[in-house]
Design a protein around this ligand. Structure first.
Ligand code: PEP
Ligand code: MN
Length: 339
C-alpha cells in the first residue's frame, strides 16, 4: 500500500504517520517528490489489509492506495518512475549506458589485468569476472575462489574500473563483499531465497540475473526479496531464457526490457553473451538491447577465447569488442542515450 500525503503536510504529521505504520507491523519507505510525499507501507499482506482503513483516516494522509502487484518495492506503483543506481563514479539507469565487460572466469593475474586494461580502453566502466563459478559439471573449472577475488582487486587498483563478481553461497558473502563493488546473483540462484535475503542485508548494489526458466513476475519477486531485506540497489539483468531453439544457448528475451521498464523503476541491463552462447551473435543482440532501452550491457571478453577456462565460444576478442562499442555508441545516440 502507498500513502499519498497531503500537500503542506507538517513534519509532525509525517512522524505520526510513520509511527502508525510501524505500530501496524509494517515498514515505511518514504519518497519525497517535488510537491508530494509518498510513503510505501511494506509487510505481510494481512497487516496491510488490517491497516488500510485506519491509514486513510490519518491526519496528513490524502489517500491510501493498495499496490496491485505482488512485488511492491520493485514496482512503479510504489511511486518511483526510475531508479538510478550510483556506484563510485558510475551511474546505472541514467542517460549513460554502462558497459560491463570481462572474462567469464578470473584465470590469472596477468590475464585479468590485461583484459581490464583493454576493455577499459574500449569504453567499459565495470570489470566482470567470476571467482566462484556455477558450472553445470562438477568436473569442470570451478573458479579460483579467494585468489580470483584478489586478482580482481588488483585489476581494479590498476585500472580504476569497478568490479562485479558472483556470489553463490551466503557463506562467501562477506569475503566477496571485501573485493566487489557490485555483487552478482547468477541465473541459477535467482530463486535461492536464503541467498537473496542475505544479499538484501548488505550495502552493495546487486546485479540480479534472470533465471533460466523464470517469468518476469518471478524475476521481480526475486528482486523484491532483496529489496524487502533493506537493499534497494538492484539491477535487473536479462540473460536469455530456455526455449526450444538450439541455434543459440538461450533465447534473448528482448521483450523483457520494455516489459520490465513498464512494470518496474529498477535499471535493466542485458547480457547477450550467456543468451547467445556464440560470439558471432553478440554484436546484433547488444545493439538490439540498446535500441530496446537497456541501461547497460554485460559482455564476456577474452584475448584467446579458444584457451578460455570457461565460455570461450561466446567470448569476444578485444578488437571485436571494441568495434561493437563503436556501433553501440551510434545506436545509443539514436535513442537519446550515450556510452
Ligand atoms: C556469469 O555471468 O558468469 C554467469 C554464470 O551467468 P548466468 O548466471 O547468467 O548463467
Ligand atoms: Mn560465462
Amino acid at each position: 500500500m502507498i500513502l499519498i500525503l497531503k500537500k503542506g503536510v507538517t513534519e509532525d504529521q509525517v512522524e505520526y504517520v510513520l509511527k502508525k505504520i510501524e505500530q501496524a507491523g509494517l515498514k515505511p519507505h518514504i519518497s519525497k517528490g517535488a510537491d508530494v510525499t509518498v510513503i510505501g507501507c511494506i509487510g505481510h499482506e494481512d497487516a496491510v489489509k488490517a491497516f488500510f482503513e485506519e491509514a486513510q483516516a490519518l491526519a496528513g494522509v490524502d489517500k491510501a492506495i493498495r499496490i496491485s502487484k505482488p512485488y511492491k518495492l520493485a514496482s512503479k506503483e510504489i511511486g518511483k518512475e526510475k531508479s538510478i543506481i550510483k556506484i563510485g563514479n558510475v551511474e546505472i539507469g541514467g542517460d549513460k549506458i554502462a558497459i560491463i565487460a570481462g572474462p567469464c572466469a578470473v584465470e590469472t593475474l596477468e590475464n585479468i589485468t590485461d583484459i581490464a586494461e583493454n576493455v577499459k580502453d574500449a569504453g567499459a566502466v565495470i570489470l566482470r569476472g567470476g571467482a566462484f563459478k556455477p558450472r553445470t559439471s562438477p568436473y569442470t573449472f570451478q573458479g579460483l575462489g579467494e585468489e580470483g577475488l584478489k586478482f580482481l582487486g588488483e585489476a581494479r587498483k590498476r585500472t580504476g574500473l569497478l568490479v562485479v563478481t558472483e556470489v553463490m553461497d551466503p557463506r562467501d558473502l562477506d569475503l566477496v563483499c571485501r573485493y566487489a563493488d557490485i555483487i552478482q546473483v547468477g541465473a541459477r540462484n535467482m530463486q535461492n531465497f536464503r541467498l537473496l535475503q542475505e544479499v538484501g542485508m548488505v550495502k552493495k548494489p546487486v546485479i540480479l540475473k534472470r533465471g533460466l526458466c523464470s517469468t518476469i513476475q518471478e524475476f521481480l519477486m526475486s528482486a523484491e526479496y532483496i529489496m524487502s531485506n533493506g537493499n534497494e540497489s538492484v539491477i535487473l539483468c536479462e540473460r536469455g531464457i530456455r526455449t526450444y531453439e538450439t541455434s543459440t544457448r538461450n533465447t534473448l528475451d528482448l521483450s523483457a526490457i520494455p516489459v520490465l521498464k513498464r512494470l518496474s523503476h529498477l535499471p535493466v541491463i542485458v547480457d547477450p553473451s550467456h543468451a547467445a552462447g556464440v560470439w558471432y551473435y553478440i554484436e546484433s543482440l547488444s545493439l538490439a538491447a540498446i535500441a530496446a532501452g537497456a541501461d547497460g550491457l554485460m559482455i564476456e571478453v577474452h584475448p584467446m577465447p579458444e584457451k578460455a577456462y570457461s565460455d570461450g565460444a561466446q567470448s569476444l576478442k578485444y578488437d571485436t569488442f571494441s568495434k561493437l562499442i563503436g556501433k553501440a555508441k551510434l545506436v545509443a545516440n539514436a535513442v537519446n542515450r550515450n556510452i
